[in-house]
Design a protein around this ligand. Structure first.
Ligand SMILES: NC(=O)c1ccc[n+]([C@@H]2O[C@H](COP(=O)([O-])OP(=O)(O)OC[C@H]3O[C@@H](n4cnc5c(N)ncnc54)[C@H](O)[C@@H]3O)[C@@H](O)[C@H]2O)c1
Ligand SMILES: O=C(O)[C@H](O)COP(=O)(O)O
Length: 469
């Protein structure tokens, strides 16, 4: 992949100043503009190659549609649910995050909410400030010996588990990806949700927000819980269904909730925030000096590493690019694109080919097959008005109805058009085209003119001119 040029970046939220400094030290122009309305962002975004956001900027399909020069959206934090990743991918824009920078901070806030719930700390504080001394009202219960259910055993779930184990809690959990033996090694017994709900005194959720996690805790699951269960959501609003939570709080099925996140932020509907058994924060999980310093620094360094062609870290929609940061991969990508463009040029139709078979030969090609085949598709699809790159080409070729088959060994090819290429001396060359073998490999650079005729020196001079013979 040719290095991605990022000359200007817009930071649209409060991101640690290290982010701006690092980008500027690396020759990238930075503009900071916070609290932009959607229309303002749409008007502004076309001026930038890069955008850095936290969770408040909604990078919707409209914004992406207007982002004519945008090559990267950097999320200084974990969740990318405020970015339309599909729209970005289709437009060939990399989406990158810094998922571990705020793990500890989010885990610590979760623990703070769990502890606060057990001892009514926030409610007691408010009562004291109002001049009261109410010891009876705020009778709590120990966490020691209680069961904590952790739904989502990734980075934050794991850190919450070890911290709450030190309070003597038994930690059980569920995660469809983290293997049970892995979570067992940090003290979390996994089980299906059906078994988990009835055992928990406390439940905390740490999953991303996606269709399968919306309303994970809903009327049905609350009904399966112990009466008085206390819940915490420091992940994303909506993982605990807000209406169901309110109903459970009102019926006493839920004894208290600690909420850092809401479906709508800030929440216009105040019913949950104002409920006496709810303690809440304005999305503060990552709001520590340490987390912000890490995330701001990480996103800037990741962008700079990518621009300088060193490596790609944190890309959520461009896995294919990870192995394209070597000179060898650049040569193979140029080869793939040139072969794809050549095959497309050989067709008489303006439409892209409907199916393509890509065969790689040799051990050294084993790791390059995915980006090589994608680069052939880039070459096939490159025409006026279509801007394929390695990020969007699979979705563009799917839309164009191109069937792509990839083989890692030589197969008899029955294609109407066939090109064989290689990299020789660092240069992509063509060895064979539609059955014609080039004794002298043809450098795949610049403009090429192919002329098919029987081998006849006189004919050649009539085409190429005597002086070129
Ligand atoms: N409140 C904040 O300020 C704050 C800060 C950081 C992260 N977060 C949020 O916290 C959440 C977790 O972050 P993380 O860094 O631990 O993410 P992670 O990717 O490390 O872990 C998420 C885990 O959820 C699991 N999961 C996915 N679907 C599931 C399901 N249906 N049931 C159970 N588990 C499921 C995944 O397998 C994964 O192990 C994310 O939503 C993130 O956006 C919030
Ligand atoms: O997903 C995250 O990283 C957190 O929700 C933090 O969001 P923030 O950067 O807007 O505080």
């Amino acid at each position: 992949m040719a290095p991605i040029a990022i000359k200007s970046v817009l930071i649209s939220e409060s991101v640690d100043p290290r982010c701006k400094s690092i980008l500027e030290e690396n020759g990238i122009r930075v503009t900071e503009k916070q609290n932009m309305k959607k229309d303002e962002l749409i008007a502004e975004i076309k001026n930038y190659d890069g955008l850095v956001v936290r969770s408040a900027t909604k990078v919707t399909a409209d914004v992406i549609g207007a982002a004519d020069n945008l090559k990267i959206i950097g999320r200084a934090g974990t969740g990318v649910d405020n970015v339309d990743v599909d729209a970005a991918t289709k437009k060939g824009i990399i989406v990158m995050n810094t998922p571990s920078g705020n793990t500890i901070s989010a885990a610590e806030l979760t623990c703070a909410l769990l502890i606060s719930l057990s001892r009514n700390v926030p409610q007691a504080v408010i009562s004291m400030k109002q001049g009261n001394w109410d010891r009876k009202k705020f009778m709590g219960s120990e966490l020691f010996g209680k069961v904590l259910g952790i739904v989502g055993l990734g980075r934050i779930g794991k850190e919450v588990a070890s911290r709450m184990q030190s309070f003597g809690m038994r930690t059980i959990g569920y995660d469809p990806i983290t293997p049970p033996q892995v979570s067992a090694s940090w003290g979390v017994e996994q089980m299906p949700l059906e078994e988990l709900w009835p055992q928990c005194d406390y439940i905390t959720v740490h999953t991303p927000l996606m269709p399968s996690t919306v309303g994970l805790l809903n009327d049905e699951s609350f009904a399966k819980c112990k009466k008085g269960v206390k819940v915490v959501n420091c992940a994303r609003g909506g993982i605990i269904d807000e209406a169901a939570l309110l109903r459970a709080l009102e019926s006493g099925q839920c004894g208290g909730a600690g909420l850092d996140v809401f479906v709508e932020e800030p929440p216009k509907d105040r019913a949950l925030v104002e409920h006496p058994n709810v303690i809440s924060c304005p999305h503060l999980g990552a709001s520590t000096k340490e987390a912000q310093a890490r995330c701001g620094e990480d996103i800037a360094l990741q962008m700079v590493d990518m621009v300088n062609g060193r490596k790609l870290i944190g890309a959520v929609n461009a896995q294919i690019l990870v192995s394209t940061f070597t000179e060898e991969s650049h040569q193979l990508i140029r080869l793939g694109e040139a072969v794809g463009a050549l095959l497309q040029a050989c067709t008489t139709s303006n439409k892209p080919l409907s199916s393509v078979q890509i065969t790689t030969l040799g051990d050294s090609m084993k790791t390059s097959t995915s980006y090589l085949s994608s680069s052939v598709l880039v070459g096939l699809l490159k025409h006026d008005g279509c801007c394929p790159n390695l990020i969007n080409v699979l979705s563009l070729s799917k839309e164009a109805g191109i069937k792509c088959l990839i083989f890692k060994k030589n197969l008899t090819c029955e294609s109407t058009l066939q090109a064989i290429g290689a990299v020789q001396g660092g240069v992509p060359v063509l060895l064979e085209l539609c059955g014609s073998v080039f004794r002298q490999p043809v450098s795949l650079a610049g403009s090429l003119l192919f002329f098919k005729a029987p081998a006849n020196p006189q004919l050649l001079s009539s085409v190429a001119g005597k002086n070129l013979m």
